[in-house]
Design a protein around this ligand. Structure first.
Ligand code: PAF
Length: 294
């Protein structure tokens, strides 16, 4: 066990359980894969505001990378991450190695149904199985009252919420707003891989989503026209390779012909070897019917 000022770092399941045995309640969990940025800090602050004990997990989960090279090149810097946790007043960091989470003989996969199938699920086969499996383990180990996730990964939040509900896990899933660069690019650990030209081009994701939102606000309810609107803006950017654009039901993620209910506008775009996603909720109220935003 390593002490980093007031943040305690534990690496095994046993150490984690021991550290949490007498922890003040409620406990707030922020699951991460490290390479922490302002988006993670916002999650930590959300947790800090509502919890007596804040736990951050740092684990680059090999099971959620459908391309092995993405796992290898995922950025890592534990010392920097721990310093950030300390600044944010995190009480406990759980930073296990792969064998601690998936010991020899580990044979279970948590596979969530329909909500995990389209969009990211279709583009990255097996991705959500990996996410649901590791988050189920983390939820069970930490037993937090609440866990905090970013709206940028909107479908991930929906998958995790479904998983927690179906498995009767008592951790409330809280969604926090996406944190952005001044030019609108959503913060992501992947942004570090963008070349300067790709970085300059990347705010086109936000522009496309805002165009769809503006058209929707102006009364456009034709799903295909809204998807076309986003696609046209994205294809004006030569470095952008569009993977999908979507206007889907905000609860089921089924593509909408007519936007007559809360919807999620979302897209995935490649810039060279870097894949970025972003989304915007189209709803007359704040958040989706399934979210508790902070
Ligand atoms: O969003 C992430 O960083 C990961 O998917 C998560 C939720 C920590 C699971 O590995």
């Amino acid at each position: 066990m390593t002490e980093v000022a007031k943040t305690t770092v534990v690496r095994t399941r046993a150490e984690l359980r021991a550290a949490l045995a007498d922890a003040a309640r409620p406990v707030g969990l922020v699951p991460t894969m490290g390479w922490l940025h302002e988006g993670h800090r916002a999650l930590m602050r959300g947790a800090r505001a509502e919890s007596a004990t804040v736990v951050v997990s740092i684990f680059v989960n090999p099971r959620q990378f459908n391309v092995a090279s993405d796992f290898t090149r995922y950025p890592r810097n534990e010392a920097r991450d721990l310093a950030m946790c300390e600044v944010e007043g995190v009480d406990l960091v759980f930073a296990p190695d792969v064998e601690e989470i998936y010991p020899p003989g580990f044979a279970t996969t948590v596979s969530v149904g329909a909500v995990a199938l389209p969009l990211e699920g279709a583009a990255r086969p097996g991705h959500f199985d990996g996410v649901a499996t590791v988050v189920a383990i983390l939820f069970d180990l930490v037993g937090a009252e609440r866990a905090y996730f970013g709206q940028k990964d909107a479908q991930q939040v929906m998958v995790i919420r479904q998983m927690a509900r179906d498995l009767a896990i008592g951790t409330e899933v809280v969604t926090c707003p996406t944190i952005r660069e001044p030019d609108g690019l959503a913060l992501s650990s992947r942004n570090v891989h963008l070349t300067p030209d790709e970085r300059a081009a990347a705010p086109v994701l936000r522009r496309a989503l805002l165009a769809a939102r503006d058209a929707w606000r102006a009364g456009e309810r034709d799903g295909e026209r809204l998807r076309d609107e986003m696609f046209e803006i994205l294809t004006q950017e030569p470095l952008a390779d569009v993977e999908y654009v979507s206007i889907a039901d905000a609860v089921t993620l089924e593509e909408l012909t007519t936007v007559d209910r809360p919807a999620l506008a979302s897209l995935a775009v490649r810039f060279g070897t870097t894949r970025l996603i972003d989304n915007e909720i189209l709803d007359t109220t704040t958040g989706t019917a399934t979210d508790r935003g902070l």
